[in-house]
Design a protein. Structure first.
Length: 213
């Protein structure tokens, strides 16, 4: 507890800009945790589930495959369900249905990620502003008292350095998280496109088998 209080006291020496920087860091951290949970736990779809569903489709078990998709509220399951619903329609209609369903999921996959990008840009700028105010404080003391009060002068310098370092640390952490989340979203989009392509191939194969009978 004492260490936490000491840490907060040290950070508060960075000046008034520390408050908006810490608020922005808290917002970014909340978004990062929420997005990781959503993308992994809520929207994630195992490769085993996808493989099992594709096997059902290859066996022309459309009803069973559609029921499996309806039980799973994920982007891949939703897109595949849209394709299955139009399985016997013209191929263009099936592809359009899956495309529209995939596009409806995009805002949900990318939701609030831009907040992290904003913090990446804003945190160093707020740190720079804290640096400027800290140096202004030091020069003000220097002009009033000269070099006779070195502690007051170094206090302003410390404020400037703490603000700069805090802004850069926040931006670096958010940058790593932002890159990870955007990469995860891109990978999920690739998985959706891959699963949809497999469904189209299966649809063509099933219809060819039907036409031969």
């Amino acid at each position: 507890m004492t260490a936490i209080i000491s840490g907060l006291e040290f950070m508060m020496r960075g000046g008034f800009m520390m408050i908006p920087m810490l608020i922005s860091a808290l917002i970014a951290l909340t978004v990062i945790i929420e997005r990781i949970y959503v993308l992994h736990r809520m929207y994630g779809t195992s490769s085993q589930w996808i493989s099992k569903l594709l096997l059902q489709l290859k066996a022309a078990e459309l009803k069973k495959a559609e029921d499996s998709c309806s039980k799973l509220n994920t982007p891949i399951a939703s897109v595949l369900q849209a394709g299955i619903e139009h399985f016997d329609n013209p191929i263009e209609e099936m592809e359009l249905s899956m495309k529209n369903r995939a596009e409806s999921w995009m805002p949900l996959l990318e939701k609030r990620i831009e907040w992290i990008d904003t913090v990446i840009t804003a945190a160093p700028l707020m740190g720079l502003l804290g640096t400027i105010t800290g140096m202004m404080s030091s020069f003000a003391v220097l002009s009033e008292k000269g070099v006779n009060d070195p502690n007051a002068i170094t206090g302003g310098v410390a404020e400037a350095l703490i603000a700069t370092a805090t802004g850069l640390i926040i931006a670096l952490v958010c940058l790593v998280a932002y890159n990870y989340l955007t990469t995860k979203v891109k990978f999920m989009i690739y998985e959706i496109e891959s699963a949809a392509s497999h469904l189209v191939e299966i649809r063509l194969s099933v219809h060819r088998r039907r036409s031969r009978k």
